[in-house]
Design a protein around this ligand. Structure first.
Ligand SMILES: *Cc1c(COP(=O)(O)O)cnc(C)c1O
Length: 238
């Protein structure tokens, strides 16, 4: 299967999920998760019409962005360390993986230095899985006002990596919980939050049915990530 074939099939599945949920196709952004993928593949994806890419490591993204067409847009979806915030604010149009108040404060500081306002999502770990980053539900609400008060940060919504399961139906309640948490945040802020970033290769259709506005799809689009090649490539680029 070529990338174009993969994309056609994903598009068809997104449209069908939108139709089932009575939603417009334009209400869901397909974020192409290009972590671990070489610039040639990203250019191929761009030629197929994709324009927004997700990366999980700042160093890798920084190198690859310079090797890709300038019109592409990039979002950070991986755990961010505070010493990488300067580069992250520079490279990305949105940071989806804000998982602590301290990180939000550092992003705010770097955004101020770069005379920017940074759109962010708050990453939520609803199941409280120890292997994942993110605020627990009560922590999101507890930190919301403090993060919202940071002048160079704009909260655009919530992001979640759902627990892995071979049966996507099983995570439907978790997607629904995130949507409900977003509503609680909106009530607390007194303002709408446009984005709910949830759903990956294995579960994006259920996520769309439950209200996702962004689905982050990697392996269904690009194929499995070449781990060994990726490491060799990273070393090569350093
Ligand atoms: C890798 C990754 C994805 C994409 O996962 P696939 O299963 O390959 O589609 C989505 N979101 C985040 C945060 C990721 O790290």
């Amino acid at each position: 299967m070529s990338l174009a074939d993969n994309l056609a099939s994903i598009e068809q599945r997104i449209s069908a999920a939108c139709a089932r949920a009575g939603r417009d196709r334009s209400s869901v952004l397909l974020l192409a998760v290009s972590k671990g993928m070489p610039p040639e593949l990203i250019r191929e994806a761009a030629d197929c019409g994709l324009s927004v890419f997700g990366e999980s490591k700042v160093q890798e993204a920084k190198l690859k962005i310079s090797m890709c067409p300038g019109r592409l847009r990039w979002q950070m979806i991986g755990h961010l360390q505070s010493n990488k915030c300067r580069d992250a604010v520079h490279c990305f149009e949105m940071i989806q993986s804000v998982d602590s108040l301290a990180l939000a404060q550092e992003i705010n500081k770097q955004a101020d230095k770069q005379a920017k306002t940074m759109p962010i999502l708050l990453e939520v770990n609803l199941a409280g899985e120890s292997t994942k980053f993110g605020f627990k539900a009560d922590e999101v609400l507890a930190n919301l006002d403090a993060i919202n008060a940071l002048p160079k940060i704009e909260i655009h919504g919530l992001m979640m990596i759902a627990p892995w399961t071979p049966e996507p139906e099983k995570v439907r309640p978790v997607f629904r919980q995130l949507r409900e948490l977003k509503a609680q945040c909106e009530e607390k802020l007194g303002a709408p939050l446009p984005h709910l970033s949830m759903g990956m290769s294995g579960d994006f259709e259920v996520a769309i049915e439950e209200g996702a506005t962004m689905v982050r799809v990697g392996t269904s689009l690009f194929g499995s990530r070449p781990k060994v090649v990726k490491q060799a490539r990273a070393e090569e680029m350093e």
